[in-house]
Design a protein around this ligand. Structure first.
Ligand SMILES: [Fe+2]
Ligand SMILES: [Fe+2]
Length: 479
């Protein structure tokens, strides 16, 4: 009999120390139009940690990289103090580090796109950084110290609880360099899996970068954002019968299944960034005897200790982000053009809009007025829309549907399933564009390898055509 393993999985906390910024344009423009909140990351983290502290059943917490903003030492030091609140309360905390956690200066042969930055009110200044080699000693107590094998990449193999083994892989690269394992690292990984299996342990993995992309277009457009060596990792997981890997990096909430030609499979459980509008952590329960893993998701309603101007955590963070900022700008556009430009700065090329003000105003106002019934007309007769459905679309603005789709890109579980009139209209339009592209001999596959049509590419943004629910799953048949 093995006891159940209870675990929280968090990722992409992107924490910034309160000592690393002062109120002003530099920090506010850093935050605006991103996918996450920045300034309130300490408060967001603490709000989630309060939930963990209140949950007596769960003893283990795993955080899979992008711990801090941009490689600055102060943020790491303060972040570690936050982790100690959990360990002082008796929780076991394990972390891996990733792309944002160090700022290289070329010494590791890495292209460096991150700079340790202090955001003063009058501009950004460099601040003390952490290099790649500093990360293992810095976080040694959070995983490596409890492990029986630590690889030079900082990856570690941890007997997390009797009968269970976590192998946490530290990505080698940052920015645009190779973010994955090399030959020798993969050999270490396979060796650890086999050892654990021989001991009868249930093995699961964690890594920052995705092994299965949230959508195929992600892989087609940005293969370098995938785990370096993801094909090899897929093969290893299928061959070695490891069914679960927890990932982050994409800031997308998703559960994806990969099945190879022989029917062997595994799941990539990717969790959205903690400080995103739909920020969540995973509550995971492994039951070795039953061979199951039950995964659920936990979000927050408010941000404790932060002035959200009366808004929920979702609405407050959403307004800072690209989609939410754009939505606010479009809301203002009809009555206050200058207000639109101000709100759109950082999300749209405002300078270009100002060069053609009449055309821009016309376009924006037209978009604001556009009804879904007009979209339905564009979808043509083969859209499958009934008369009644067309009627309901008359009362719906296209921009509301567009912004709803945008809000779910990261949050997962978009609402427009194939039976909804919105889906029929949107899907109909994408199919007509596909036909048009065929007519003019435009081959999407040449631009985005592996992507053959716009309709196929767009579908996963309208509804969850993955495993049915990006927040929860019960995985069975674990050995
Ligand atoms: Fe991230
Ligand atoms: Fe990342």
């Amino acid at each position: 009999m093995a006891e159940k393993l209870f675990l929280y999985v968090l990722t992409d906390t992107h924490y910034i120390s309160e000592k690393m910024w002062e109120e002003g344009d530099p920090i506010n423009s850093r935050e605006k139009g991103d996918q996450i909140a920045i300034k309130s990351t300490p408060q967001i983290l603490r709000t989630f940690f309060d939930k963990i502290l209140a949950d007596d059943e769960v003893r283990h917490v795993l955080i899979t990289g992008d711990l801090i903003n941009s490689g600055e030492k102060q943020s790491h030091l303060d972040f570690i103090n936050e982790l100690k609140v959990l360990t002082d309360a008796g929780k076991h905390v394990y972390v891996t580090t990733a792309t944002h956690d160090y700022a290289g200066e070329g010494e590791d042969g890495d292209e460096n796109i991150f700079h340790a930055t202090y955001y003063a009110k009058d501009g950004c200044r460099p601040t003390e950084r952490v290099g790649k080699k500093d990360l293992l000693p810095l976080y040694y107590d959070f995983g490596p110290a409890q492990s029986d094998s630590v690889h030079e990449t900082g990856s570690y193999s941890l007997p997390i609880q009797e009968g269970y083994r976590l192998i946490a892989i530290n990505d080698n690269g940052n920015g645009r360099s190779h973010c994955g394992l090399f030959d020798e690292g993969f050999d270490w990984l396979v060796g650890e899996i086999r050892k654990a299996k021989a001991n009868g342990e249930l093995v699961f993995l964690a890594v920052h970068h995705p092994v299965i992309p949230p959508w195929e277009v992600f892989r087609a457009a940005a293969d370098f954002e995938m785990f370096g060596g993801y094909e090899r990792m897929r093969k290893i997981m299928c061959e070695e019968n490891v069914k679960i890997i927890f990932t982050g990096h994409t800031h997308v909430q998703g559960i994806k299944k990969y099945t190879d030609e022989q029917g062997r499979f595994f799941y990539d459980i990717t969790t959205t960034a903690l400080p995103s509008a739909n920020g969540k952590m995973r509550r995971v329960v492994f039951d070795k005897d039953a061979g199951t893993c039950d995964i659920k998701s936990v979000g927050i309603e408010t941000i404790k200790g932060w002035d959200t101007q009366g808004l929920s955590a979702h609405d407050y963070i959403s307004r800072l982000n690209f989609g939410g900022a754009l939505e606010q700008a479009f809301e203002a556009a009809d009555t206050d053009w200058d207000g639109f430009l101000k709100k759109a700065s950082g999300t749209l090329p405002v300078d270009k809009l100002q060069k053609h003000p009449h055309l821009a105003k016309w376009g924006v106002k037209k978009f604001n007025k556009l009804k879904m019934s007009t979209v339905a007309k564009l979808a043509g007769r083969k859209s499958g829309l009934t008369k009644e459905e067309k009627e309901t679309l008359k009362g719906e603005k296209a921009k509301d549907v567009v912004f709803t789709v945008m809000d779910h890109i990261q949050g997962g579980n978009a609402p427009y399933t194939p039976d909804t009139p919105e889906y029929k209209a949107l899907h109909g339009v994408t199919r007509r564009v596909d036909k048009l592209m065929k007519l003019v001999h435009f081959d999407l596959n040449k631009k985005l390898p592996g992507i053959h049509s716009l309709s196929e590419m767009a579908d996963p943004f309208f509804y969850n055509n993955r495993t049915g629910d990006d927040d929860a799953i019960l995985i069975e048949g674990l050995e």
